[in-house]
Write a protein that binds this ligand. Structure first.
Ligand SMILES: [Zn+2]
Length: 412
C-alpha cells in the first residue's frame, strides 16, 4: 500500500496512480501583500484511480469550509459563461416546459449568473451557495440565496420548507464535492417526483484526450467518466436518461437525471452510445489509466524547452488570466517570474494579488498595452477565442498569443 486513502464513492483502497503533479498550494488561494511575506501550505496533488469503480480522485487535504467560504471566482466576469447560462435556460424551458409554477434550485449558484435568466421568466428560483461573498452578490441582484453547503442535511431542511425542485441543477459542483454519497443522496431528497436534475462537470474522457492535466487541483476532488457517474447516481436511486457533450471548460458532460422509477423518461440513445464508446476506449479497465502520467511529464519538458529558448532569445512573456488551472500548470512546471513577468485578470478580486506558489503578480489588463510583451500566455485556454478577440491589439506591436495545453501552440 502506498497510502491510506479509500475511494470516496465505493470505499475500495486506492493504489493506482493516475497522475502525480507533486506538491502544490491550493489553487484559489491568491496572495495579498502581507501573505507574500509568509510561508504557504503546499499539499500533494496526486490523483488516484479506483480499480473497482474507476473514479479518478484526489484525497481531501483541506475542508471545503476552508476552500470555498471566501471564494474569489465570480462567474459573471466571463462573457462566454454568461451566454452559456442564458442558452441553458432557454433550452430547459423549451424542452421541459418550466413555467411560473415551477421551482428551480441551483447548487453552487455563485453570484446568480444563471438563475437571473430563470427569474426574468418569472420562474421561482433558489440559490444554494457556500461562499458568503459571492452569495451576497446574488442577493443584491434579487436572487434568493442561502449560504450553505449542499448535502442530505440542507436537502432535508429545504424539503421541510416545501422547496422540492422541478429542476435541480449544479454546474461545476459535482467535482468539488468531498462527500459524494451524501451530496447525491441530497439530490434524491430534494427532487420532485417528476423533477429533472442536470449537472455539468468536466468529462474525464476530454481531460485525457486533450491532455488537460491542469484542470486537476485540490478543490476538484473527483474526475468523472460517464460510466462512473452512472454507477454513482444509480446507487442512490437516480437514473441518468440523457447527456450532452459540451465545449465548456475544455469538454464537459451535462447529465440529465430523474428518479429511477420515473418511467416517463426513457434513456436516450446518445447516453447508451457514450457508455459503449467509453468502454471501447478502455475506461472500464485499470491498465488504461496508467499511461497518462508519462504524457504529462513530457508536456512539462516541452513547455520548459519553449520558454527557455524564447527567454534566452530576449523575448518577454506576460500571462492573461489567473484561473485555478493556471496555478496547477505553473506550479507543476516551476514557472515563475524567471519566465513570465506578470499576469492580468479582469476580476478586481484578483488584481493586486499574486498567484499562489509561483507568486507571479496579477495586474489590471491595461498593463499589457503599457509593457508590450512579445508573448501573451493564455492561461484559461478554454476561453482562448474570447481572449484573443479582446486582446487583438497586441498584434500592433507584433505580440503573439501562446497556449500550453494540449501542447505549446503559438498563435500569430
Ligand atoms: Zn471506487
Amino acid at each position: 500500500m502506498i497510502n491510506n486513502f479509500t475511494c470516496r464513492f465505493c470505499g475500495n483502497p486506492l493504489q493506482h496512480t493516475f497522475v502525480d503533479l507533486g506538491m502544490s498550494p491550493l489553487a484559489n488561494s491568491y496572495l495579498n501583500k502581507e501573505q507574500l511575506l509568509q510561508m504557504e501550505p503546499f499539499y500533494p496533488l496526486h490523483t488516484y484511480v479506483c480499480d473497482k469503480c474507476y473514479l479518478v480522485q484526489l484525497a481531501e487535504f483541506q475542508s471545503p469550509e476552508n476552500i470555498f467560504s471566501d471564494y474569489a471566482y465570480f462567474s459573471s466576469y466571463s462573457d462566454s459563461w454568461l451566454q452559456h447560462a442564458k442558452d441553458y435556460t432557454d433550452h430547459m424551458i423549451k424542452r421541459f416546459g418550466f413555467n411560473e409554477d415551477s421551482q428551480v434550485v441551483e447548487i453552487a449558484s455563485n453570484d446568480g449568473y444563471l438563475l437571473q435568466y430563470f427569474k426574468e421568466k418569472n420562474i421561482s428560483v433558489l440559490g444554494i451557495e457556500p461562499a458568503e461573498n459571492v452569495a451576497s452578490a446574488a442577493v443584491a441582484k434579487g436572487i434568493p440565496s442561502i449560504v450553505k453547503f449542499f448535502g442530505t442535511k440542507t436537502a432535508t431542511e429545504l424539503a421541510g420548507q416545501k422547496k422540492h425542485a422541478d429542476l435541480l441543477l449544479g454546474n461545476n459542483v459535482l467535482a468539488h464535492v468531498p462527500d459524494l454519497n451524501d451530496f447525491i443522496s441530497g439530490l434524491k431528497i430534494l427532487l420532485k417526483t417528476e423533477g429533472i436534475i442536470t449537472m455539468e462537470f468536466p468529462h474525464l474522457m476530454k481531460l485525457i484526450e486533450e491532455n488537460q492535466f491542469d484542470t486537476i487541483y485540490h478543490e476538484h476532488f473527483s474526475y468523472f467518466s460517464f460510466i462512473t457517474v452512472n454507477k454513482v447516481f444509480a446507487s442512490h436511486g437516480l437514473r441518468i436518461f440523457d447527456i450532452e457533450q459540451l465545449p465548456t471548460h475544455g469538454g464537459s458532460l451535462r447529465i440529465y437525471a430523474c428518479h429511477a422509477d420515473n418511467s416517463s423518461r426513457p434513456r436516450e440513445k446518445r447516453a447508451s452510445d457514450l457508455i459503449e464508446k467509453e468502454n471501447k476506449i478502455g475506461f472500464n479497465k485499470i491498465e488504461f489509466y496508467s499511461t497518462f502520467g508519462e504524457k504529462v511529464k513530457e508536456t512539462k519538458r516541452k513547455i520548459l524547452d519553449f520558454l527557455i529558448r524564447e527567454v534566452r532569445n530576449g523575448k518577454v512573456f506576460a500571462g492573461y488570466g489567473a484561473p485555478a488551472k493556471g496555478n496547477t500548470l505553473l506550479n507543476y512546471c516551476g514557472i515563475r517570474q524567471d519566465f513570465i513577468d506578470y499576469t492580468v485578470d479582469r476580476s478586481p478580486h484578483k488584481q493586486d494579488h499574486a498567484l499562489p506558489g509561483v507568486r507571479i503578480p496579477i495586474h489590471n489588463p491595461s498593463k499589457i498595452s503599457e509593457t508590450r510583451p512579445d508573448y501573451l500566455v493564455i492561461l484559461p485556454w478554454n476561453l482562448k477565442d474570447e481572449i484573443i478577440n479582446q486582446m487583438t491589439h497586441i498584434r500592433d506591436w507584433g505580440g503573439k498569443f501562446v497556449v500550453f495545453i494540449p501542447e505549446v501552440t503559438v498563435i500569430e
